[in-house]
Design a binder for this molecule. Structure first.
Ligand code: ADP
Length: 235
């Protein structure tokens, strides 16, 4: 007879950073941005990373995105070891699986809202018809359909950040990394941006990791973890 006891489904964590070190420079000029940072984030989780300025938060996000390589330690995103990839492999992986949102929005000033959101799909070689549908869908989800022909200069800061979120989501990445996404926004715009990020996690089971100084922003996350001098102090 087989057992009737249900076996819980085991899902692999979405993000695992193990004993990550990052040293900039060498010798007496060496800066230890990360000393021994370990972090596990499960699929569908929204985690906020807090910590004083210079504690290594941005460095960790860069490493998670495969934009730079750790000095030691490993980083695994969705079962793939990002820290062992070549530049080209990391770029291709990032385009498919990671959406990045910056404090300063990083939109192209000369492109319209819909052109900005289309950039990741164009880089990916998607077909024009598919790009149109997916961009329209991403803009509708962020409440930006009425802004699609505007250039960023005609938008508020909050709208610019929501365009950046639409651009981060348009490739349907498994992981969203956000570095101080509300750092340049007033509190009402911040709330809206955070609700949009929260919804992107809740509706699709995506994983989000957000660096923030702001306790009100961090309160939107499922969990807050703190870096100090390159080490997670609550891990
Ligand atoms: P946080 O995001 O918590 O403010 P950072 O990750 O930006 O911290 O920086 C951690 C430490 O690493 C700081 O001392 C910073 O000056 C240093 N650092 C960051 N990036 C570089 C770099 N590219 N070259 C040299 N030092 C850097």
């Amino acid at each position: 007879m087989t057992s009737a006891i249900p076996v819980p489904a085991m899902t692999a964590p979405a993000v695992v950073a193990q004993h990550v070190q990052k040293v900039y420079g060498s010798g007496s000029a060496a800066i230890w941005a990360l000393r021994d940072a370990s972090l596990t984030v499960h699929a569908g989780e929204f985690v906020a990373i807090m910590g004083p300025s210079g504690s290594g938060k941005s460095t960790l996000l860069q490493l998670l995105a495969g934009l730079d390589v750790p000095t030691a330690g490993t980083i695994v995103l969705h079962g793939r070891c990002v820290s062992a990839m070549s530049d080209d492999q990391a770029t291709a992986f990032r385009r498919r699986h990671v959406g990045f949102v910056y404090q300063s929005f990083n939109l192209f000033a000369d492109l319209t809202v819909e052109e900005n959101v289309a950039v990741p799909l164009m880089l990916d070689g998607s077909r024009p018809a598919e790009i149109r549908v997916r961009v329209a869908d991403a803009l509708a989800r962020l409440g930006l359909s009425g802004r699609r022909e505007h250039t960023p200069g005609r938008l508020s800061g909050g709208e610019m950040q929501r365009v950046a979120i639409a651009r981060a989501l348009v490739s349907e990445p498994a992981v969203i990394l956000a570095d101080e996404p509300t750092g340049n926004l007033d509190s009402a715009s911040s709330e809206r941006v955070l609700r949009d990020l929260r919804r992107a996690v809740d509706e699709t089971g995506r994983t989000a990791i957000m660096v923030t100084h702001d306790p009100a922003a961090a309160a939107h996350a499922d969990r807050i973890t703190r870096l100090r001098d390159g080490v997670f102090v609550d891990a």
